[in-house]
Design a protein. Structure first.
Length: 555
């Protein structure tokens, strides 16, 4: 039975090692995207049939004669949108967005680090974001030039919403007007696309929306998803496209489509989703593209159709995404342990409201988890203590039946039953915490709330490995930056102390194997987020205190 106990420990460690090997970022993970991958938000996807006017108030500006002009009479123009949250550059070619910088987020923890740029395309000819009404006409241009009703827009904290209107007439007589509404205190942008058939012939087309992206060569998080994601038929779908020229096609009700990376998301949400078609594609040049389109829409002469959308370009902040609605908060998905991870996140956010330090919040969370598991671990440690008292009897049984394994196991089981001890009790404190451990691991690897969150002293990013000093040389098995993992070494030392206090198995070989566990854990944790190492360190210290209390009482 002692061997089974050791086996349970080893299997637990193997689960951690396999989890890290399969899901943590790899150096060659981005090689499949060596060529630039473009990112372009979806072209207009969804149609609200028969709604000629926006449900949100939008002003239509400019004389009618201007709407009759064609795109060939317009020059390309850039319009800068500045709000307290972001700085964006729109262009009337498309229209699309050439730049979208988030003012509250930087690429590194350095205060002078560049702002996060959501438009990752390298060529100016690529459309990060394109919405259109596509017809079968060969003369229609997807990236035609639009007239624009004004120049740069600046919103101060107290400014009311402002509109930016693009309008043009296609060669086949369709007048298209795209109206964007910006808010001073929101990342989301209201968007209305209105199409009027000014020709004398019926027009058949689809509202379409597309998004292109250049995924990073190295993931910043630990194993959060990077790519195009949909809310399709009420289910979150990660459209993984890995091979050049690979294509994925899906049909159904699409509530929203987005491109997301470790911490940020660019999404297009339909006001009234209808059944549509999704097409995802990775070109031979490495361009990752997702396009959604509605079923065909018929426009008779003088008839018009409008579609309403919400565009969101910003952090994958669970609270903000919940406020937007339409199920966009489901884009924050922590995998198998999603429910536990989100519960832990809400607890951390609650603590942080009063403490304003996520490191201290993690310590309080660890204490809370320890209190919840206290009865179970207390019973387990007492059982381990009783097991230690049985070691002399167990040694005699081994010696007496060393040539009869079956009889030895029967005698051992009888001994455990007589003294009411559980030989697996030593595993329970660790096993019951594995779901919390994995949930916190996922949380720290992809939660925007903990990105660049400082703790104290040298720990200035709880989502990154802890390093004291930065060495100019590499250290095997350590991801950059290379330095002294002080917190991880302290965690390993605490595990060693805890192991010394734990009653050892009767077999000396098994006891030696157990003493290697702190070394294995230290090696595994060396590249884990410092917040996770902090959790495990505090948990070990609390366990040491609990064991000491039990040992002192039983002495």
């Amino acid at each position: 039975m002692e061997k089974r106990t050791v086996l349970a420990f080893v299997l637990s460690f193997l689960v951690l090692i396999v989890w890290m090997a399969v899901f943590s970022p790899k150096q060659d993970q981005k090689q499949r995207f060596e060529t630039p991958i473009e990112k372009e938000p979806p072209r207009e996807i969804f149609d609200s049939p028969g709604s000629p006017d926006m449900q949100r108030p939008v002003t239509s500006q400019g004389p009618e004669r201007q709407l009759k002009e064609t795109a060939s009479e317009v020059d390309e123009k850039e319009i800068e949108i500045t709000t307290p949250l972001y700085k964006a550059v729109f262009t009337n070619r498309g229209p699309t967005i050439k730049s979208f910088k988030l003012k509250k987020y930087r690429q590194t923890i350095a205060p002078d680090s560049p702002l996060i740029e959501l438009v990752s395309l390298e060529r100016n000819t690529d459309e990060f974001f394109l919405m259109n009404f596509k017809t079968s006409s060969p003369i229609q241009s997807e990236t035609m030039l639009y007239q624009v009703d004004q120049g740069d827009i600046r919103l101060d904290p107290e400014s009311p919403p402002k509109d930016l209107v693009f309008h043009s007439v296609t060669p086949d007589g369709l007048m298209i007007r795209q109206t964007f509404r910006f808010y001073a205190d929101q990342y989301n942008i209201d968007m209305d696309m209105n199409v009027v058939n000014q020709s004398e012939r019926p027009a058949n087309g689809v509202f379409s929306a597309s998004i292109k992206a250049l995924p990073p060569k190295e993931k910043k998080g630990y194993y959060s998803y990077v790519g195009i994601v949909l809310l399709l038929n009420g289910q979150l779908e990660e459209m993984e496209i890995e091979e050049p020229s690979e294509e994925k096609v899906s049909d159904g009700q699409i509530d929203w489509m987005a491109y997301e990376d470790d911490y940020f998301i660019s999404a297009i949400i339909s006001e009234e989703p209808v059944p549509g078609k999704f097409r995802g594609y990775l070109s031979s040049l490495g361009i990752l593209e997702g396009t959604c389109s509605t079923p065909p829409v018929l426009l008779n002469p003088s008839q018009q159709k409008s579609s309403l959308y919400t565009l969101y370009f910003g952090p994958r902040d669970l609270g903000i995404l919940k406020e937007i609605g339409k199920g966009l908060d489901r884009a924050v998905d922590f995998g198998w342990f999603d429910i536990i991870a989100k519960g832990l996140l809400y607890v951390l956010l609650f603590f942080n409201k009063f403490i304003n330090n996520y490191g201290v919040s993690i310590i309080l969370l660890t204490i809370l988890v320890k209190i919840l598991f206290w009865p179970l671990t207390h019973k387990s440690y007492k059982s381990m203590k009783e097991m230690q008292k049985l070691q002399p009897i167990m040694a005699k049984i081994r010696e007496k039946y060393k040539n009869d394994k079956q009889k030895m196991n029967q005698e051992m089981m009888g001994l455990y039953k007589t003294y009411k001890v559980n030989p697996m009790s030593g595993c329970l404190p660790m096993i019951v915490q594995l779901p919390v451990f994995f949930a916190l691991f996922r949380l720290l690897g992809s939660s925007i709330e903990l990105r660049h969150a400082p703790f104290m002293l040298w720990i200035n990013d709880l989502a990154a490995p802890d390093r004291l000093f930065h060495f100019p040389f590499s250290i095997p098995f350590m991801t950059p930056p290379h330095g002294i993992p002080v917190l991880t070494l302290l965690m390993g030392a605490s595990m060693f102390i805890q192991q010394k206090m734990t009653p050892t198995p009767g077999d000396p070989a098994q006891a030696k194997m157990m003493m290697f566990m702190p070394v294995i854990f230290t090696f595994m944790f060396i590249n884990f987020p410092s917040g996770l190492v902090l959790y495990w360190l505090i948990n070990n210290l609390l366990s040491i205190g609990q064991q000491y209390r039990i040992l002192k009482r039983s002495a």
